[in-house]
Design a protein around this ligand. Structure first.
Ligand code: GDP
Length: 140
């Protein structure tokens, strides 16, 4: 299978609690490779645009605020079947429903402050990667 890329975000609840290394160790152990990475403070406009697909959901305002509450680490992960593999290691959106070994089961604070974001399809991954990274910032 060809190498795929996916966008991963370590959310404010994870950076605040100094969990970025522990979480990335799980992704790396699953065979995913960090090929681009930066720690940034999202602006309200950026967080709103990134989650625009959820604009009509009741939690949209709260989700955007939570994404602004501390820096995030945005990163590109590469590997075979990277989109699905990353989401498998992340676990279900609601940590109460996530498999025990997953990032969200182990580290999430709540359904909203759930430690990680991951693209949900190769098409969305390409759009989300381009939202944060120039092609020249992605290295093997
Ligand atoms: P994901 O692909 O597993 O991240 O889930 P979604 O795309 O459905 O939702 C995007 C993000 O919105 C999630 O990761 C959560 O941070 C947040 N979210 C999803 N569902 C809820 C909810 O019911 N309540 C709140 N407060 N936040 C939610």
């Amino acid at each position: 299978m060809a190498i795929e890329h996916t966008l991963s975000i370590l959310k404010p609840d994870a950076t605040r609690r100094n969990l970025t290394g522990k979480i990335n160790a799980l992704f790396e152990a699953a065979g995913l490779r960090i090929v681009a990475q930066k720690r940034i403070q999202l602006s309200e406009a950026e967080a709103g645009a990134f989650y625009a697909v959820h604009k009509e959901r009741p939690f949209y305002g709260s989700l955007v605020s939570s994404m602004l509450s501390a820096p995030v680490v945005v990163q590109v992960l590469a590997g075979e079947n990277a989109v699905a593999k990353h989401r498998e290691v992340m676990g279900a959106t609601d940590p109460k429903k996530a498999e025990p070994h997953t990032v969200r089961a182990q580290f999430a604070e709540s359904i909203e402050a759930n430690s990680v974001h991951g693209s949900d399809s190769p098409e969305n991954a390409a759009t989300e990667i381009a939202f944060f990274f120039a092609g020249t910032e992605i290295l093997p």
